[in-house]
Design a protein around this ligand. Sequence first.
Ligand code: C5P
Length: 403
Amino acid sequence: MKSIQGRKIVLAVTGGVAAYKAAELVRLLVKAGANVHVVLTEGGARFVTAVTFQALSGNPVWSDLWDARMANNMAHIDLSRDADAILIAPATADVIARLVHGLADDLLTTLCLARDCPLIVAPAMNRQMWEHPATRRNVALLHQDGVTVFGPDSGEQACGEVGMGRMLEPEALLAQLETFFGSGRMRGRKVVMTAGPTFEAIDPVRGITNTSSGKMGYALARACVVAGAEVVLVSGPVALPLPDGVRRVEVQSALQMREAVFEALPGADVFIGVAAVADYRPADQAEHKIKKSGESMTLTLVPNPDILAEVAGLPNPPFCVGFAAESRDLDKYAEGKRQGKRLRLVVGNLVQHGLGGDDNQVVLYDDHGRHPLAPASKVELAARIVDHIASLMLPPSQITQNG
Ligand code: C5P
């Protein structure tokens, strides 16, 4: 099961302006394959109507403790019984206070008290309310009770003030939920990665680059976070949004990429080289734009350092993973690269399958042999590759046949 797909999530919407964002959250959750059941409090219904949530979730919306639609008339019990989590978003200061005191005077609080699934709250309130000693106390108590708190964020607030208390954006809440449901198999691991192309300048306005989209690297970075890892992504120029939870260091050239990698490397357990690093760079970079002369010109190129081979060649290297995009003889070249660069794992693909697109077909090469993965989206493949890395990092006695 993917981290969100097939999950039953009870989304409770309480009375804050951020309730309008809950509608988008329902849409994102449903798109990710979740079965969403909305509980709308009286306050929440003042901001967004039940009709919106019912239309977006495709399920009835629940508001009343005495609602007779549930066969046994016990929505407060049945709603949570097969749920994977209750997420309260937005969670007002009031509902947080009532939760920590175990009140049960409406459907939501009764449901939370009677639940047998995890409870997550995404606070949303004015900055003064968030910083009030009563709220600080209540949030500390929530943590003590094992409740997970997503956010809040700081920034502009609906009241015009600026500070801590904004609810996380729906995309960020979805990302946090993915991590929450993720395998946790990379928890406590630090992963340093490269992704995207490099850009090797010729003069201030021109350079040599390649068509790497960065999609596979970015999907892997996110998959590592979902599996619980801390991720530093050293990225060449790409047009992709930064995945939630990933620390990105933006670079242009291979030399900058190498420097950023070695800066991030201390303490890393895993290094994944996904970047399509340019093999050569111009020997000299012109200070000013080169003018055309009508004559032919010669560009002298010098080799770039092989970042992955250098990291793998360190005396005490992290677990090193490389990528091999080949146009033929995949087995021969990918396995050759693995042994040549002394890598623990190589992800190989034929370029005609993956470049620039959203899907790919890859084969994993490790000490145990070759493992072809079924064709899938880069996002799905990323999750499988991370799972494979996590398996290979287990002590030898725990490694299964499948790696
Ligand atoms: O040898 P080749 O370039 O095909 O190897 C590809 C793998 O090596 C990729 O994982 C890529 O990120 C990494 N690499 C690197 N630095 C280079 C060239 C490739 O880290 N200069």
